[in-house]
Design a protein. Sequence first.
Length: 76
Amino acid sequence: MTIGNPQGSDFTKMLFKHDFKDILCSVSTTSDNDAMRDICSKRIVSYDGNAFTDQDGRKWKYAVPIKVSRLTQQDL
């Protein structure tokens, strides 16, 4: 899917607009940059136009989608 070039929380918003569900994100209440620096990962289940909601019902202002892959010995 390529629609413009949204990044960070804007990309997460776009995913919800296209009916994606349960998006794994790094979250923050301050900025996308802080979300990526602190790496607090949550499964985001909804966006209400003002805040992202995680699987525990907590609200976040920023939610940057992340991709997780298994680290192997070959990666070192």
